[in-house]
Design a protein around this ligand. Structure first.
Ligand code: SAH
Ligand code: SF4
Ligand code: F3S
Length: 440
């Protein structure tokens, strides 16, 4: 009899990669399905970064309660950051959950499923250790994107920004052995993958916990793998953006000209209370210097509005920052209290309506800037990797530039996903560009 698994992923790229690993670990016993009612094992890989993310996870778990009533042998596992944060407590709200498994324990999923089936009782594995070693694990080629993949290079975070839950859910920074990373990417490239995104909460502090590696060294080693065409990485902390890393953008051809560099706020007093460990001035200096190495680099960011104590003047400084940097894109969020985050106890919480108004102002202005920046591409010929047909069903193709822009373009029917082509940009929208194939 065939058995099936259904995995739902919330949150960041680390969770996406972790879900792939879990799918592979249980793949021989359980074939993936997208039908929940068919599933024998359901894994909800959760995110806790903001209140809304956590609510999404709990509402999915709530829906699973009914399904489990119909099918009592269904095994329900909660993984990811909410699992780590709540541990056994999840059972109080969600008694139908069978497994609670934290990010450091995901390799034990097959064993825990077997334990639940044998003992018929809830299993909780949320222990976390700074001595944890991320095991070598070669990714499946069959499942997953045909030519690009995420490669986890580190786990956890040592930065303790005062609003953030990650240091508590993912533990201390643990960098993977560089030899394991190179083996993993070599395996991918030998099997047709040509683009990798190196992922971690704070990738540019990679190696600080080891003696034999720095992040720029790792980039150079990855670039040395025969057949690798594009390298991306995310996320970087501004304080760890070294000159050596900036130089990589000039020296490594395969390194894409895009950096996601979350700033969070434009006011020094807010940055200080956030414990971001840089000032507005030092952040802007780094951006200027980075541009001397890579003048065309595309910079995107994350911003939190309504951090406790944020005044109108503080917020104005964030708005001013948008004009100074003119980011190509920004993810922006209303501050929310997270469990264990020190900012929960900060005074002068910003009222919800003020947060909403500030977010609206910020997003509206950023959207204008994004379109203005996109307009600068019109008339340019850009190389891009074909992803497939565009979603707009008008016969266009869709591809991605090395600056991480999506381009929908007209071109011959004979194009193949994965090919690099030259496209002339003709139009710019908020979320994508439009163009036509130049030659192929
Ligand atoms: N490690 C990265 C990103 C972490 S999470 C970094 O340090 O930049 C992604 C984004 O979620 C953060 O950049 C931040 O903008 C947002 N975020 C994190 N905690 C939040 C909170 N409590 N409320 C609102 N937004 C938050
Ligand atoms: Fe959270 Fe700060 Fe670490 Fe990013 S750097 S994961 S925001 S603690
Ligand atoms: Fe969310 Fe955890 Fe990632 S809180 S953003 S899933 S590290």
């Amino acid at each position: 009899m065939n058995l099936y698994s259904y995995i739902e992923t919330f949150g960041c790229q680390m969770n996406e990669r972790d879900s792939e690993i879990m799918a592979q670990l249980i793949g021989d016993a359980y074939s993936p399905t997208r039908s929940l009612s068919k599933a024998d094992v359901v894994v909800v890989n959760t995110c806790s970064i903001r209140e809304k993310a956590e609510q999404k996870a709990f509402s999915m778990l709530g829906r699973l309660r009914k399904l489990k009533k119909k099918n009592p042998s269904m095994v329900i596992a909660v993984a990811g950051c909410v699992a780590q944060q709540e541990g056994r407590n999840i059972r109080k709200r969600m008694p139908h959950v069978d497994i609670v498994i934290g990010p450091q324990n995901l390799y034990r999923l097959p064993e825990l499923i077997a334990d639940v089936k044998r003992d018929n009782e809830t299993k909780v594995k949320t222990d976390i250790s700074p001595e944890f070693v991320i095991p070598p694990f070669l990714p499946s080629i069959k499942a997953g994107h045909p030519f690009k993949r995420f490669v986890t290079i580190m786990q956890g975070c040592n930065n303790f920004c005062t609003y953030c839950v990650v240091p508590y859910t993912r533990g201390r920074e643990i960098s993977r052995d560089p030899a394991d990373i190179i083996d993993e990417i070599t395996h991918l490239v030998q099997n047709g993958i040509r683009e990798v995104t190196l992922i971690g909460q704070n990738v540019n502090s990679y190696g600080l916990d080891r003696k034999n590696a720095t992040f720029p060294d790792l980039l150079r080693a990855v670039a040395g793998i025969t057949g690798i065409e594009r390298i991306r990485f995310t996320t970087s902390h501004p304080k760890d953006l070294s000159e050596d890393l900036m130089r990589c953008f000039a020296e490594i051809d395969a390194l894409c000209s895009h950096i996601h560099l979350p700033v969070q706020a434009g006011s020094n007093s807010v940055l200080k209370r956030m414990n971001r460990k840089y000032t507005l001035e030092s952040y802007l200096d780094k951006i200027s210097k980075l541009k001397t190495f890579c003048p065309d680099i595309v910079i995107t960011t994350d911003i939190i509005v309504g951090f406790p104590g944020e005044t109108d003047e503080d917020f104005d400084q964030t708005m001013q920052l948008l004009e100074t940097v003119r980011y190509h894109g920004a993810y922006s969020f209303k501050y929310s209290d997270r469990p264990q985050a020190p900012s929960c106890d900060f005074s002068d919480k910003v009222p919800e309506d003020v947060k909403s108004a500030r977010l609206h102002l910020l997003q509206s202005r950023q959207e204008e800037i994004t379109v203005e920046r996109h307009n600068e591409f019109i008339g340019r010929t850009m190389p891009l990797v074909v992803e497939g047909r565009s979603k707009s069903s008008d016969g266009r193709w869709c591809g991605r530039t090395d600056t991480n822009h999506i381009v929908n373009f007209t071109g011959a029917d004979t194009l193949q996903p994965g090919r690099t082509v030259q496209v002339v940009i003709e139009e710019a929208c908020l979320n994508s560009l439009r163009g036509r194939l130049k030659k192929h």
